[in-house]
Design a protein around this ligand. Sequence first.
Ligand code: ZN
Ligand code: ZN
Length: 400
Amino acid sequence: MSVSATSPAPVSAFRRASTALSQWIDSDYCPDGADKMRAEPDKVDWVRVMPFVFLHAGCLAAFWVGVSPVAIGTALALYFVRMFAVTGVHHRYFSHKTYSTSRTGQFLLALFAGTTVQRGSLWWAYHHRHHHLHSDDPEDAHSPHVHGFWWSHIGWITSRRNFPTDYSKIKDLAKFPELVWLNRFDLVVPVLFALSLFGGGWLLELHAPALGTTRWQMLVWGFFISTTVLFHGTGCINSMAHLMGKRRFKTKDDSRNSALLAFITLGEGWHNNHHRYQSSTRNGFYWWEIDPTYYGLKILSYTGFIWGLKPVPQSVLDEGTRAEHVASVAAAQRAALVHPEFASLKKVVPAAAAFAVATAAAAQTTVPPKANSPAIHRDVTEETHNMAKKNLPAASAESP
Ligand SMILES: [Zn+2]
Ligand SMILES: [Zn+2]
């Protein structure tokens, strides 16, 4: 057997580029094998990520197409509706199966999640499960502690090794060919979605010209800008939810809870909660932790489209309550150490209170009411004045 038959031939730049171009259409196209691609070191594949660069560049077209209230309203609405798809479908259904639905329901959910332009639900679920398995260790594809902020926010999805979906790690999803098809041809839904926005804008242009909305505005604001902002909102969880916020649970990673991130991502900001218990449908474990995705899923469950939403176990809730108490006590102790005046206040405040009570009591006993006094509301100042007048002769006698 010759050496060339056993050693892998070096992959030429042309072959890499043609493979990347083919992957624009067919995400599963890996002529050299997906395992081999996953084993490569991290490196940006510029040809493969051109659609992603184009998505960002398309936002600049806003300077040419202008703006209208309908275009802005569409961009905002599609941000929140599709953030619900990211969190409620990509994450809480496909990645963690925190609720159930029918096979048709799951296909419709995958179509809905496809409009987020965050690749296929199976790719999303595979990488997310990998994140939970290797959180903040060197294997984690998007840990800010291992790879830095920008790589965990955006860099990792441009890396060649992170493009293939490892179907062997998501067998519960890979057994549905319709889901695999949507994952493989993950550009189909985004293109149809963009075209429908363009078509909707055209209809508005023709039938409601008074709105001042054009087909190009609907494409640029509704698709390019809204989708780009949606990507970065989602990316904040990868980059910031392991850096910013509080840690209620002592998980093995550095996940954190942040109300600000929860607002941006409709509840995903309660990331430390989620790392502690991933199977629950809700990420906001307590009533004050706002979790709009959970509320939406709860409402959806009343229709019968989904069911079996999984709760947070009482033992986990109790653990969180105990951890909060311990953290409060520790914070108070730290405050006393860092700000010693707080510690002295503990002595000053009771002493001042005792002094005030004693003074009031003394005022009552040393100034008895006078029966012959015309006033019944005589105050301490008045009495002091009278006492001074009584002592006047003695005081004068001492004067020179
Ligand atoms: Zn995480
Ligand atoms: Zn998760």
